[in-house]
Design a binder for this molecule. Structure first.
Ligand code: ATP
Ligand code: MG
Length: 161
């Protein structure tokens, strides 16, 4: 991994901007981001890959539209990042499986939406390679929130690749 010191908030804004440019009309983006820089030690391209998958899922699995809410919350030693949609949701007993390779919740329902079922498995690997965690909350028929954490850079510590 090519890790470098990065302000997560400006990277997050940049990625959201790129989607907002041609997001479907029935979807509204809402940003709840802090007005301060939050520095993390990351491989930018890999984090972009993680965010791209989470955001494209939120859009893809919200066929009726709704809001997509982007949050980043500074905690003591980490930033908590979430992407919340008001789409079709995921049944409780399937929530953990979505991070498995090739797993897709409802083959009939999602067949026409395309995809391989690898996006979240790769996202999980990449978040863990940054010493973070990733999980999901959802209510079927109401919506889904994907949450992940990244350690914040301390002031004095030195970092190695
Ligand atoms: P790929 O990302 O490889 O193109 P995919 O989107 O099907 O394909 P994942 O991103 O790994 O694969 O997601 C796995 C499954 O989890 C999806 O097929 C879908 O059933 C479910 N899922 C993921 N995100 C959401 C979401 N925001 N709302 C509802 N279901 C979701
Ligand atoms: Mg996907």
């Amino acid at each position: 991994l090519q890790k470098e010191r990065t302000d997560f908030i400006s990277l997050f804004n940049h990625i959201i901007d790129r989607f907002e440019f041609n997001v479907p009309e029935h979807i509204e983006f809402v940003r709840e981001l802090p007005n301060e820089k939050l520095f993390v030690w990351i491989d930018k391209d890999k984090l972009i890959q993680v965010m791209d998958n989470i955001i494209s899922n939120a859009i893809k699995y919200s066929p009726e539209g709704g809001k997509i809410i982007f949050k980043a919350v500074k905690q003591k030693h980490q930033v908590l990042v979430s992407v919340e949609d008001q789409g079709m949701g995921i049944a409780h007993d399937k929530l953990e499986k979505i991070f498995e390779r090739f797993y897709r919740v409802d083959k009939a329902r999602t067949r026409k939406l395309g995809g391989t079922g690898l996006g979240l498995a790769i996202s999980k690997e990449l978040v863990e390679a940054h010493y973070g965690k990733i999980w999901a909350k959802s209510k079927e028929g109401k919506g889904t929130t994907i949450i992940f954490t990244l350690p914040l850079m301390g002031k004095k510590r030195r970092y190695n690749k």
